[in-house]
Design a protein around this ligand. Structure first.
Ligand SMILES: [Zn+2]
Ligand SMILES: [Zn+2]
Ligand SMILES: [Zn+2]
Length: 374
């Protein structure tokens, strides 16, 4: 089912700003009831066979939710695993080489699929110490092939940072990094609104107004979508509301601040910010590589870095392809207009681009091409 953005008014404003009107597949509001199966993924998880796991943008998914996979049965290794989680079987977070091999060999493994942002996993096994079944919770480590597949935070393209990326890996941040790709976000993402001063709403509104609703980082003007401009505390202290400590940031620049890795963004919001950036010439053919990395939807950052690493020409992000009538026919995330080649977020855009004699691949297909090349 395709959902359309309910506030028509906003689109008319977007149009006025010069951006094209296009419907987007949207994340469902967190307050909306989740389908039963998605609820189960959020609460303990559900057994799943590898063949039933879907993929989205190189990630693992089921029924519109991003999931991770692990094997609860640690066998006779359980004593060691309970003592030291990283010694256990690894958690898969992407459509990695290991899972691909498992699939090809048709190996039957009991995986549990779940939405886990805590990093604690229920495990069991047969103890060699007590000669009995034991169970408990372990902090299992993420599969390295998964990080490679996604080039997560530059895991492949900046080898010097590998160790740091692995040791800092945090599932909550990981889910937030890819939040724009999924309809159902983790339940644990219900925002923590606590810790602010009583008059915060007024302070924030006044401050953003004083900045003319322009993001102080990317400079996008959000007068027509004021809710997407946040007030950020530079020192991280939500009660330090001195003007020098405040900064007006769009939702995308905000989530990319240090120590904000856990901040997610909804598909719709990311799409709106990119449309305004495009309409205001903040992104365009002259944007430098460094700025591209800052402005790209983080779900596409790993792939963008792989293109840079292999020496590709500098692409455009958020590029819209128009038809003969001038109306936008397809939206791409990463594009090389002169080569008529683009990476898109959803299959509809791929079809539309192909009908315009473009070559298009989804994020998923592009990552797989890099994976299978090795
Ligand atoms: Zn893996
Ligand atoms: Zn910004
Ligand atoms: Zn902040």
């Amino acid at each position: 089912m395709k959902l359309h953005f309910p506030i028509d008014q906003l689109w008319s404003q977007v149009r006025k700003m010069g951006a094209a009107e296009r419907p987007y597949k949207l994340n469902v509001a967190l307050a909306d009831p989740l389908p039963d199966i998605v609820n189960r993924f959020n609460e303990g998880g559900a057994e799943i066979e590898l063949k039933d796991v879907e993929t989205m943008g190189g990630l693992l998914s089921s029924n519109g939710a991003q999931i991770v996979l692990y094997i609860p049965d640690q066998g006779q290794n359980i004593d060691q695993v309970l003592e030291n989680g990283p010694d256990g079987k690894k958690v898969h977070v992407a459509d990695c080489q290991t899972l691909e091999q498992m699939r090809q060999r048709n190996r039957f493994q009991r995986y549990r699929a779940l939405v886990n942002t805590s990093g604690d996993f229920e495990v069991f096994g047969y103890s060699k110490n007590t000669f009995s079944s034991v169970e408990g919770s372990a902090r299992l480590r993420v599969c390295i092939n998964c990080l490679k597949h996604l080039n997560y935070r530059g895991y492949v393209s900046t080898p010097a940072r590998k160790g740091e990326i692995l040791s800092n890996f945090d599932l909550k941040n990981f889910f937030a990094h890819y939040s724009s790709l999924f309809r159902y976000l983790p339940k644990s993402f219900i925002e923590d609104k606590g810790g602010y001063a009583k008059n915060w709403k007024e302070v924030s509104a006044k401050f953003r107004e004083s900045k003319n609703f322009v993001c102080e980082s990317c400079k996008v003007d959000l007068k027509q979508a004021k809710g997407l401009l946040h007030t950020h505390h530079r020192d991280g202290n939500k009660r330090n509301n001195g003007e020098a400590n405040l900064q007006a940031l769009c939702a995308d620049c905000h989530r990319k601040q240090p120590l904000h890795d856990h901040m997610y963004i909804k598909q719709r919001d990311m799409a709106i910010i990119q449309q305004f950036r495009k309409a205001q010439n903040i992104i365009g053919s002259t944007t430098s590589w460094d700025n591209l990395f800052e402005l790209v939807d983080s779900a596409f950052e790993g792939l963008l870095r792989l293109y840079q690493k292999q020496g590709s020409a500098k692409p455009e992000i958020g590029y819209e392809v128009s038809g003969a009538s001038g109306a936008v026919v397809a939206e791409s995330e990463i594009a090389w207009p002169s080569a008529k080649f683009a990476v898109v977020g959803n299959p509809d855009d791929k079809r539309n681009l192909e009908s315009m004699a473009w070559k298009a691949v989804t994020l998923e297909e592009a990552l797989r091409e890099f994976r299978d090349r090795k």
